[in-house]
Design a protein around this ligand. Structure first.
Ligand code: NDP
Length: 324
């Protein structure tokens, strides 16, 4: 019976999701994310987690009856999946339902960055249009740009498809080449950066991409370079980016994600050539509701003994796709 199955919600969760979750399961909220706040009996009752934040090995170890971690979000770098799978705990995430929203936002961020739209908005609001005349012509434009996408997966491909009518050239870097796309493949990130002037990061976070966009990659992108990051902040070496923006090694950056969210370096905030968003790429009511529905669907399927809708690849490979 799902109503007697306890699901832990550490930290904050989207209100629509919480409502559906509470209608289906018994929910235990834990705003502090500290399982030490729960009694031993309470910890022993928890069989699932629904979470939008990090889930560490220590958290899982504190919950002896835990079977499933349902991550709110497609990126699950915050969940210690290796520990989960090694201990027979499955992990699910929310692919596909957010792809279009994130790709839409990326195009917006790209245009904002190359045409300095937030800066122009601030100029008008400060009364400078009337006082000083037109906003200065932008040095950058999307016209004639060559775009490189790091991470041509679900979201990266949706970005590429949206870029096609803009008449820009498109290339990509993944660890492996895709046979189903017409875009030029580069087997290294630095190779891609050297071949394009606009680099869009749509790859996952985690160890394999940690600080991959370093000073050398930015230098290869070049003085006309624009960096757009909607993947994970950890993929960019932030001090190297700050220095590249300051020194003119690249022109501008549009960022939705940061290394230590929600803290953003002063130097990025004060730079004239950055556009900064507070991790909002999927953050519409519509899309967050769809993500939440998938979280609850995975938990419901699991505890009903049916195959999961969207286990993470590591859990699928370990055969943790159905409760046995
Ligand atoms: P997919 O798994 O469909 O795509 C990921 C792509 O990245 C794949 O093409 C993969 O190809 C490539 N990739 C993975 N690791 C590396 C690596 N080390 N070097 C180069 N390429 C790599 O995921 P989605 O498109 O659904 O999501 C991508 C990411 O976007 C999420 O993991 C998340 O971090 C981020 N995201 C951010 C959001 C935001 O709010 N800003 C919202 C949603 C997602 P290959 O395996 O061949 O390397």
């Amino acid at each position: 019976d799902l109503k007697t199955t306890t699901i832990l919600v550490p930290g904050k969760l989207n209100p629509d999701t919480l409502e559906t979750l509470e209608a289906t399961f018994r929910v235990r909220r834990l705003p502090s994310r500290d399982p030490g706040e729960l009694s031993e009996a309470e910890r022993g009752e928890i069989r699932g987690i629904a979470s939008a934040g990090p889930i560490t090995a220590a958290m899982m170890q504190a919950l002896p009856a835990l079977e499933i971690v349902a991550n709110f979000g497609v990126g699950y770098d915050g969940v210690d999946t290796a520990h989960a799978v090694a201990n027979g705990i499955t992990v699910t995430h929310t692919p596909d339902v957010l792809t279009d929203e994130v790709a839409d936002t990326t195009i917006g961020l790209l245009l904002m960055t190359v045409r300095e739209l937030p800066q122009a908005d601030r100029y008008l609001r400060a009364g400078r249009w009337e006082a000083e005349g037109p906003y200065p012509l932008t040095a950058t434009t999307l016209r004639g740009r060559s775009i490189g996408i790091m991470g041509l997966g679900r979201i990266g491909l949706a970005i590429a498809e949206r870029l096609e009518p803009f008449g820009v050239s498109i290339a990509y870097h993944n660890r492996s080449r895709r046979e189903d796309v017409p875009y030029a493949y580069h087997d290294s990130l630095i190779g891609l950066a050297g071949a394009v002037d606009t680099l869009i990061i749509a790859a996952p976070g985690g160890a394999s991409t940690d600080k991959a966009v370093n000073g050398k990659v930015l230098e290869a992108l070049g003085p006309e370079g624009v960096l757009i990051n909607i993947g994970r902040g950890t993929t960019v070496d932030e001090p190297a980016l700050i220095e590249a923006l300051r020194a003119g090694a690249i022109r501008a950056a549009g960022l939705d994600v940061f290394e230590k969210e929600p803290s953003v370096p002063r130097a990025l905030i004060e730079a004239p050539n950055t556009v900064l968003l507070p991790h909002v790429a999927s953050a519409s009511r519509h899309t967050r509701k769809a993500m939440g529905a998938l979280v609850v669907e995975n938990l419901t399927l699991w505890f009903s003994g049916a195959p999961l809708a969207s286990p993470v690849p590591e859990a699928a490979e370990a055969g943790l796709t159905k409760r046995t």
